[in-house]
Design a binder for this molecule. Structure first.
Ligand SMILES: [Zn+2]
Length: 329
């Protein structure tokens, strides 16, 4: 008798416990569901596009940027959590044209899962890498150049299209607020273009020659009338490395053009400087630029506008100030 009563009490307790647990699980699931529905979310791959998207979106949605400050867009990868964020987004904004090599398959997976995606590079009339006497990345002729942000006019187009996509795909945003943000940012970009034009006007025609660490500034060269003499890494990606014959042909091109200033990405200037000093026997000035990543706050290029203004000043000073001393050694 006693044993049966005890067993019954135990069963009843277990049942209460189970019911309680089930209620908890149900409550947690309900919160999770309303949580994702209430917060519209835009996920952006690169930090440059992340800043541009934030300017346009403002406080209308949560913007998650996957690439960290001071990272290399060609080589950064995603954590499992970030890959999951991509698949839950209302809209994914990515550079594309092959830039984010380790991320593009995740973007494709999100698109296949029904997430709206926007490939900014593809939408702004991309240029292709050039080859030939001026020196483009050899063997990559005809490939689209992903570095479109070095032309602020193309960024204006991208920002406008991002605003369109946000209005179209992200539910719950106030269209008028997004339009107002986009209009304000467009004015700032227009000012940037004017600043760049005025600055580069100080550089004489015959000194508008660029040598960079890899082929990052094709769009800037095209927009503002510079010649790209060559790149230390003769490729459109940082993932390649220069051979000694690549370096010899670059130094020959530099000597022929009388170029003594090399623009390097601020994240890898030392390696570049050492390589070129060895090849040219000194006399080469290496000027650091922020070419394809924003920095952390307070480090010189925390926004796209600040990055472009800092680069414009560094390029203008590097090319316009001081004539190169005799090209022969
Ligand atoms: Zn690049």
């Amino acid at each position: 008798m006693r044993a049966t009563t005890r067993a019954r009490i135990r069963v009843a307790r277990l049942r209460r416990l189970l019911m309680g647990l089930l209620a908890l699980v149900a409550a947690a699931t309900a919160t999770a569901c309303t949580g994702t529905e209430e917060q519209p979310r835009v996920v952006v791959t690169t930090n440059i596009l992340g800043d541009i998207t934030r300017q346009v979106v403002g406080d209308q949605a949560e913007v998650t940027v996957l690439m960290k400050p001071d990272a290399d867009p060609h080589s950064f990868g995603l954590s499992a959590v970030q890959a999951a964020q991509l698949e839950r987004a209302d809209l994914v904004v990515f550079n594309g044209l092959g830039l984010e090599e380790n991320v593009l398959r995740h973007v494709a997976a999100a698109r296949e899962a029904g997430v709206a995606t926007f490939e900014a590079g593809r939408a702004v009339d991309p240029l292709t890498f050039r080859t030939g006497a001026d020196g483009g990345p050899e063997g990559e002729s005809g490939q689209p150049d992903p570095h479109f942000w070095t032309d602020p006019d193309r960024v204006r187009t991208a920002a406008r299209l991002i605003a369109d996509r946000v209005s179209e795909h992200v539910k719950g945003v106030d269209d008028a607020a997004v339009r107002a943000n986009a209009a304000r940012y467009d004015e700032q970009l227009e000012d940037l273009t004017a600043f760049m034009e005025q600055s580069f006007d100080r550089v004489p025609e015959d000194r508008r020659s660029l040598v960079t660490n890899h082929h990052v500034f094709g769009y800037l060269a095209d927009r503002f009338g510079f010649r790209v003499i060559g790149a230390v890494i003769p490729s459109g990606t940082t993932l390649a490395s220069p051979s000694s014959s690549d370096l010899r042909s670059l130094t020959r091109a530099m000597e022929k053009a009388g170029v003594r200033t090399v623009f390097a990405d601020s994240s890898q200037p030392k390696r570049l400087a050492e390589v070129l000093r060895t090849e040219l026997g000194g006399g080469v000035r290496v000027v650091e630029l922020y070419s394809e990543s924003l920095t952390a706050e307070n480090e010189g290029a925390a926004t796209y506008l600040r990055m472009m203004r800092a680069n414009t000043t560094a390029m203008t000073d590097g090319l316009a100030v001081g004539s190169p001393k005799g090209t022969h050694s």
